[in-house]
Design a binder for this molecule. Sequence first.
Ligand code: BG6
Length: 488
Amino acid sequence: MVSRIIPVEPFDLVIFGGTGDLTRRKILPALFRRFCAGQVPVGTRIIGAARSDHDTAGYRALVAGAIREFSDPQPCDDDQLEKFLNCLDYVALDAKGDRGWADLAAKISGDRVRAFYFSVGPGLFGALAQRIQSNGLANAATRIVVEKPFGHDLESARALNQALAAHFDEGQIYRIDHYLGKETVQNLMAVRFGNMLFEPLWNSQYVDHIQITVAETVGVGGRGGYYDRAGAMRDMMQNHLMQLLCLIAMEPPAKFDPDCVRDEKLKVIRALDPVEPHHIVRGQYLARGGAEIEHPSYREAVGDPRSSTESYIALKAHISNWRWAGTPFYLRTGKRLVARSSVINVIFKDAPHSIFGPEAGQHANILSIRLQPNEGITLSVTIKEPGQGGMRLMEVPLDMSFAEALGSDGQAAPDAYERLIMDVIRGNQTLFMRGDEVEAAWAWTDPVIAGWQARGEVPKPYDSGSTGPGDADQLMARDKREWRGIKP
Ligand code: BG6
């Protein structure tokens, strides 16, 4: 399979936070890989901007180090790297002062696409947006790219939207949720709207329930300060899981175009019911037990022995609309779990009547969409158990691993950041969150958090390397259901 490369014209990309962690780990390696794929044309200017002083050579050396360190698993081609580094430049700049803005203005010119990537904390979004305008840096083809966290709650998200809207139109603002850039997340839409097979059954008449699991093996790492103020609800549920829920539950958009898709996602968020307190389970990981402690506990990792922030959350959500009334959505995400596994399971209802009698057994069809790792789709189907003795039924998987089915001709699929950055350059907002979507997601999230704070609830401890707190299994068991999906 040879991937189709859509060429773009040379562009200018300014990365504020040009020496930061996200820039080094994700943004620059992503740009380098697109450069190697022939998508970043000669003449493109990539300008890092940050507070620290570097000359161009020093910045290029820093970038080369980052690309060598984080370009795995692709081997780094030294010739290509040399050429890529020639596109790079640097400006020492104060986001909230005057230093550096004239230098930056001198480095960009013309009517080519100008993208400004705010790889900085949200506290600087407003100042940067204002200075881009007041220093005359914006042209007609200017876009700004902002990262999550997009606010801490509805009020702060609104304030950020207003700060950006004071200087840029919504059509110029690209809010990244990197889950939307993942190949298989887009495949959700291809599976739903490119096949006749599933959509007629995609409703509460045929679907018993839907499970969305995003399990991670990593802990909070060096991000304890941020994470302890956020927790799994704000860090993952409000954005990544919410986006998956939208793509699974939305009505078919009339076209695959930014506003058609985002209008449909927004309707899903607005149709979400408030979550019942007894439909929420929060957890916090313990150290890996026994003598061989491999990881610190959550509280040790964040340096607060009394922290009541959750590193795990499971909840049952309801979407009150014609399609989904009566079909629950179970969502869970957590850190330090037994395996890294992001999967969506659509569990269909049992056949209304078994002609084979109760002793034959009955199995529901399940469509599993594996987002990572081992991306693919499995549909479980009921067949006759082989053998002579009467009719007994069993479940077998119709399994499609995308890697096997699609081959790879040595090229890995672009990662989320590669795809999203190139979409910014092409001016395609379909895979970016609109301001009203983010606000609606916070409007649903805030009362959930306010509720457990008012009730003074503390998260349930769970062992590192487990599937999460036992209460999450109870949440399912009460409904005579069970979780599927995290496999060691
Ligand atoms: C980030 C969260 O947005 O997504 C992290 O802040 C999380 O806490 C990460 O680990 C997960 O992303 P991925 O692509 O590794 O599933």
